[in-house]
Unconditional design. Structure first.
Length: 371
């Protein structure tokens, strides 16, 4: 068991090193005509002044298509102020699919003839100025059919937010390949031709998770899904323990209700690491614990270098709150990761965006407004 533990820890370190060594250095962009950024917002959206400022600073031109349920004063005000750049589409209220999916499908139907490149983003990200151009680069160059970044959670405070961030950082810095990538709806791009090939409107119909629906449709069509490794996109994280734990479990529940096989593979990997820590602390002795901590500190060091390479300095300082967890109590990160995965499989109900959904095989079975 001792040598198995050494091998396991070595693999975890090598995986993070692999991600770091494969970070692009040139980070080339493309700025083709006909790019549209699609943003789904809740009706209580405040206008996202920081997000809009970052979008205006993008190095590649585009127009902004905001999808609402129909009663979003901030979106309407932005369109009135910048009608040449902003278009708003009102989707109405869904009855048999996720409200976000409902809005995105309405946005697809509102595309204009000249809209050739589709970029999907979330309202809670802080996009770097290269985001649009970097996502479009592999598409325009014919290197991918779907390009995606990944979320990098920024804990506003320490404690449980840092722990959730540490778990997400494990996922963000996993080695990725074009054959084993699931797109993230917070920063994702594809051509309109690919969207039509997938019949994206039909592929998302009735679904709760937009990115899972698109990713699974892409896998079935044998498309090339390419991760843009330097696009670890900042996303602020704050809240009390209950809300943050619910957030983490919800992410896994999206997976288990769409692809149980994918969830099983992910849980198996985490279970092995969690069980290894249990053995090291209970029976492995100080040498086994030292090996675990040595690997954890090595991973934290490399992840810090990754963060410094792709994030702003202020964002890196937030990331340190998550790195501390993997340095002080790496076993807690693994156990929390596993507990979230297990709890996700105990129910098919997901509370998200003001709605309670019951999901079966990735599709919404019923939905009611949250209390």
């Amino acid at each position: 068991m001792f040598w198995v533990w050494i091998g396991l820890q070595a693999l975890t370190v090598l995986g993070v090193v692999n991600y770091w060594r494969n970070l692009p250095t040139d980070r080339r962009q493309e700025a083709p005509e006909g790019a549209v950024v699609i943003l789904s917002v809740r009706d209580d959206w405040d206008g996202g002044p920081e997000l809009i400022a970052q979008l205006k600073a993008q190095e590649a031109p585009f127009r902004l298509l905001i999808a609402t349920s129909g009663q979003c004063p901030a979106a309407d005000a932005l369109a009135a102020l910048e009608g040449d750049w902003v278009q708003v589409v009102a989707a109405g209220i869904a009855s048999d699919e996720g409200q976000k999916v409902h809005k995105l499908r309405a946005a697809l139907r509102a595309l204009r003839p000249g809209d050739t490149w589709l970029v999907f983003i979330d309202a809670d990200i802080v996009p770097p100025t290269r985001l649009v151009g970097r996502l479009l680069f592999p598409l325009v160059r014919g290197k991918a059919d779907i390009a995606t970044g990944y979320r990098m959670l920024l804990p506003a405070r320490g404690g449980i937010a840092g722990l959730v961030g540490a778990v997400e950082m494990q996922l963000a810095t996993l080695p990725r390949s074009a054959n084993a990538t699931m797109p993230w709806g917070g920063a994702m791009a594809l051509s309109r031709a690919v969207a039509e090939r997938l019949d994206l409107d039909a592929a998302m119909a009735g679904r709760l998770s937009d990115d899972m629906a698109i990713g699974l449709a892409g896998w079935r069509a044998k498309l090339r899904l390419r991760p843009v490794r330097d696009l670890l996109v900042a996303s602020p994280l704050d809240g009390d323990m209950a809300s943050l734990w619910t957030f983490g479990v919800r992410q896994y529940r999206h997976i288990v209700t769409n692809s149980p096989g994918m969830w099983m593979v992910a849980m198996l990997g985490v279970a092995i690491q969690s069980g290894g820590w249990l053995w090291a602390i209970g029976w492995g002795g100080w040498s086994a614990v030292a090996i675990g901590y040595g690997a954890a500190w090595s991973r934290a060091l490399v992840r810090h270098r990754i963060a410094r390479s792709v994030l702003e300095p202020a964002q890196v300082r937030c990331i340190i709150r998550s790195l501390r967890w993997d340095m002080v109590a790496p076993f807690v990160v693994s156990w929390a990761h596993l507990a979230g995965q297990v709890q996700a499989a105990t129910s098919n109900r997901i509370r998200w965006g003001g709605w309670d959904y019951r999901v079966g095989r990735g599709k919404v079975v019923d939905m009611v407004r949250s209390a």
